[in-house]
Design a protein around this ligand. Structure first.
Ligand code: HEM
Length: 509
């Protein structure tokens, strides 16, 4: 009783001046944000330096890349986009932030993509901040992602591509009905990466998203993009099991995806059948057999699960970007057609044959430059002791990153950056080409470079000439419906086309 009485005068004071007290506390909080770590010297809008809310809203409305571009145009190569967050657009800092031996490490933004099971954090290279474990995991799976390894898995893509063509033929060419090619390419990418990983797929093209996998991946990237701007909130939401249950219910589709991937791993191991071409999963199981200490079961499962989560949407975005740009730039399409025709490619198009076509490679690279599949900055923390970035000292623990979308539109690296011009990759002087290549961040850079880069390049390089050799495509309503959202991944919508047989159609042998 006596103790409570001690607080009474304070309570009375608060009742009398609560507006002023709350106002003062808010002001102090905003000022402490602005002046933290000496970051007030970094240019940027004042509002961004005091609160994360404008950044969250910018990401929420799905067009933060436009805000980022505008801010860099106004403020230069380094911009404060949130109280503790700096966006960098300078190719000379790529090595500082992402180089193989950098001490910069992934920011808590990535925590929101982490998956936990009964044993704790599932060790996924995408989210790992433990550099030793990260490089061990990557090293021990490297042969499964290598070009050599992939060439052995290539044939797993063929039946999926054949089904894609059949579907286009029966449902669209024969009927004259328009096709939502954007949607179909997403289902195709899902089937292709499933097939290559496990040696069978779920026929997404026929059954659609029956396991709710694509919906879950979409929700998870929305969640990561928006709440990743204030990662401390994760432990109150999906970062704890009660929050997960409350927000997603008992049996989440994320769990369903994990169970599915686990059961595929078990099935392949039980079958122990090494006839037929090697799959990604079999390659990892063979690695484990020859050196049991190199890979744990959980790591094998994570790599396989990761292929589905990281390799379907991203590849679909790249495929759509190539098709959209080809249909919007008929001259480029004609030039590519000529190259493909004169190469005398056969179906199924082999990766080695298609990959030797310089213009095709330039088209793919240019489409991935203009529309990278990741549209937020690849966020890292400044390590202990701080660092100098763009000539400014930045204190440790500050979040910094380069957004591929922004750097890919730097006119000093890519003159007239908004124009789709594959020739830029073929005509540039040696030194400038090296700057362009270094600044090409579609697959990230350094130690965390995309593991599945070659898988997606193989898929895209094979399927684009296949489509062009077989059919002619025409945008419905000149593609006025085409749009996209940027929530980490940048999926497009509205790629609707009419399809007819190509004049010099090539068919499967
Ligand atoms: C066009 C297709 C793809 C694009 C544009 C893409 C993009 C990226 C980017 C930008 C990163 C780096 C993220 C960061 O540093 O924060 C990354 C990492 C990763 N990607 Fe991809 N990706 C693609 C396809 C794939 C595929 C097909 C797979 C697997 C089959 C895959 C697996 C991974 C993995 C495991 C990582 C984490 C690597 C690490 O942190 O060490 N990706 N990807």
């Amino acid at each position: 009783m006596a103790v409570i009485e001690l607080f009474n005068p304070l309570l009375d004071l608060f009742k009398q001046y609560w507006v002023a007290i709350i106002g003062l506390a808010t002001l102090l909080y905003l000022l402490s944000n602005r002046y933290q770590k000496g970051l007030q010297k970094i240019p940027g809008p004042w509002i961004r330096s005091v609160s994360s809310i404008p950044r969250i809203l910018s990401v929420y409305k799905s067009f933060s890349h436009e805000d980022d571009l505008r801010l860099h145009k106004k403020y230069g190569k380094i911009v404060r986009i949130a109280p503790n967050s700096l966006s960098i657009s300078d190719p000379h800092e790529i090595n500082t932030l992402y180089g193989i031996s950098t001490k910069f490490y992934k920011s808590r933004f990535y925590d929101l993509a982490s998956v936990h099971d009964e044993e704790g954090l599932v060790p996924d290279p995408f989210v790992l901040t433990n550099k030793e474990l990260h490089s061990r995991m990557k090293r021990n799976a490297a042969n499964a992602y290598s070009m050599n390894g992939l060439l052995q898995m290539e044939s797993w893509i063929e039946p999926v591509t054949e089904r894609l063509l059949q579907r286009l033929e029966e449902r669209h060419v024969k009927t004259g009905q328009p096709c939502d090619l954007g949607k179909l390419l997403q289902l195709y990418a899902m089937d292709a990466v499933f097939s290559l990983t496990f040696g069978k797929d779920k026929d997404f093209m026929e059954h659609g998203d029956q396991h709710g996998m694509m919906r879950t991946l979409d929700l998870m990237t929305d969640y990561m993009a928006i709440f990743g701007q204030i990662p401390w909130i994760h432990k109150f939401l999906l970062g704890n099991k009660y929050g997960t249950r409350l927000l997603l219910g008992q049996d989440t589709s994320e769990e369903a995806i994990m169970k599915l991937a686990m059961s595929e791993v078990d099935a392949v191991r039980e079958k122990d059948d090494d006839s037929g071409p090697c799959t990604f999963l079999r390659r990892l199981l063979l690695n484990q057999k020859s050196n049991p200490a190199s890979l744990t079961d959980r790591e094998i499962f994570t790599h396989s699960f990761g292929n589905i989560a990281a390799g379907s949407d991203t590849t679909a975005i790249a495929l759509r970007s190539v098709m959209i740009h080809l249909l919007q730039y008929p001259d480029v399409q004609a030039k590519l057609h000529a190259e493909i025709q004169s190469a005398n490619l056969q179906l199924p198009v082999s990766f080695v044959a298609a990959n030797s076509l310089p213009y095709l490679n330039a088209v793919i690279k240019e489409a991935m430059r203009l529309h990278p599949s990741v549209g937020l900055m690849l966020a890292r923390y400044v390590p202990q002791g701080g660092a100098t970035i763009c000539g400014q000292y930045i204190a440790q623990g500050t979040e910094v990153g380069i957004n591929p979308w922004v750097l890919h539109r730097d006119p000093q690296v890519y003159p007239q950056p908004d124009i789709f011009r594959p020739e830029r990759w073929l005509e540039a002087e040696k030194e400038h080409l090296s700057l362009m290549n270094k600044s090409f961040l579609t697959f990230g850079a350094g130690a965390h470079t995309c593991s599945g880069r070659q898988i997606s390049l193989m898929e895209v390089t094979k399927v684009i000439p296949t489509l062009l050799l077989t059919y002619d495509f025409k945008l419905v309503e000149d593609g006025r419906d085409i749009s996209f959202k940027n929530r980490w991944f940048t999926p497009q919508k509205g790629l609707k086309v009419f399809i007819t047989k190509a004049k010099n159609e090539v068919s499967f042998r």
